[in-house]
Design a protein around this ligand. Structure first.
Ligand SMILES: NC(=O)c1ccc[n+]([C@@H]2O[C@H](COP(=O)([O-])OP(=O)(O)OC[C@H]3O[C@@H](n4cnc5c(N)ncnc54)[C@H](OP(=O)(O)O)[C@@H]3O)[C@@H](O)[C@H]2O)c1
Length: 250
């Protein structure tokens, strides 16, 4: 059972996605008021906010389109009215598409721009928009959801890997820039056992498990527990915490 985040206000972008949902649940279990940020999945976000463990002050769903500064300004106004501050920002929103690394033509400019706008500009824009509310917190922390692909350069496509490397780098710059009042960390999952993975070729999935020292894939819950842990590491900033079963060691 998680605990210790009573009276903390947490924003999770991409909160209705596979990993975001587990993060929202874990934060609410630990006692936080959760703002489930969504882009297209408004219905799923509202139903998740209504189903989270009860906490005094409640939870809410709110549009948080990370590629739109106007949407983020509106989000700032919504959160200010309801909670007056933000203690925890989890940048979980992200996008990708599978393109073989050797298929350079398959990764066209439009897709490159979309990945970078969502995975790199997005988290920065969220922190920029939430800064006045984070500054009102005595325990402010930002947790960026990165990926093992940032160090292995092995993932859904070349630019996705590069976008997560940029996010790790930005985590360090922002940690320095926003200290001492706001901590900034990243959690970097390996392959996460979501429904998406379960629907892929079973032999391929089993090979991934066999190549992982801990002999299992991370679940969304493992990632969520790492996020809650990161909120408590009060003397740590600028760190990237792997949740990958030790995969890069193999
Ligand atoms: N799954 C893995 O194996 C894995 C491994 C390492 C890292 N990650 C990272 O974990 C994070 C979550 O991934 P996931 O597997 O949970 O994927 P997912 O289920 O596809 O969720 C992605 C989320 O991002 C949101 N999103 C996309 N574009 C957005 C935008 N422009 N503005 C706001 N929100 C946007 C989506 O919101 P709407 O549905 O509301 O549009 C959705 O909730 C991503 O950053 C991903 O890179 C995943």
């Amino acid at each position: 059972m998680l605990s210790g985040l009573d009276k903390r206000v947490a924003l999770v972008t991409g909160g209705a996605g596979g990993i975001g949902k587990a993060i929202c649940v874990a934060l609410a279990e630990a006692g936080a008021n959760v703002i489930v940020g969504y882009n297209r999945s408004g219905d799923a976000a509202r139903s998740l906010a209504g189903a989270l463990p009860e906490v005094a002050g409640g939870h809410m769903a709110a549009q948080a389109q990370v590629t739109s500064s106007r949407s983020l300004e509106e989000l700032h106004r919504n959160i200010e009215q309801r909670f007056a501050r933000v203690d925890i920002v989890v940048n979980c929103a992200g996008m990708t598409r599978f393109v073989a690394h050797s298929d350079l033509d398959g990764l066209d400019d439009k897709l490159i721009d979309e990945i970078l706008a969502t995975n790199v500009r997005g988290p920065f824009a969220v922190v920029r928009a939430m800064l006045p509310l984070l500054r009102k917190s005595e325990h402010a922390v930002v947790v960026n959801i990165s990926s093992i692909a940032s160090v292995t350069a092995n993932g859904s496509n070349v630019i996705y890997c590069a976008s997560k490397a940029a996010l790790d780098n930005m985590t360090k710059s922002l940690a320095r820039a926003l200290a001492p009042t706001i901590r900034v960390l990243a959690v970097a999952p390996g392959l996460v056992d979501t429904e998406f993975i379960a629907n892929l070729d079973e032999q391929w999935r089993n090979e991934q498990v066999a190549r992982t020292p801990l002999k299992s894939l991370a679940t969304p819950r493992h990632v969520a527990e790492a996020v809650v842990a990161a909120t408590r590491l009060s003397s740590t900033t600028g760190a990237v915490i792997p949740v990958d079963g030790g995969r890069p060691l193999a």
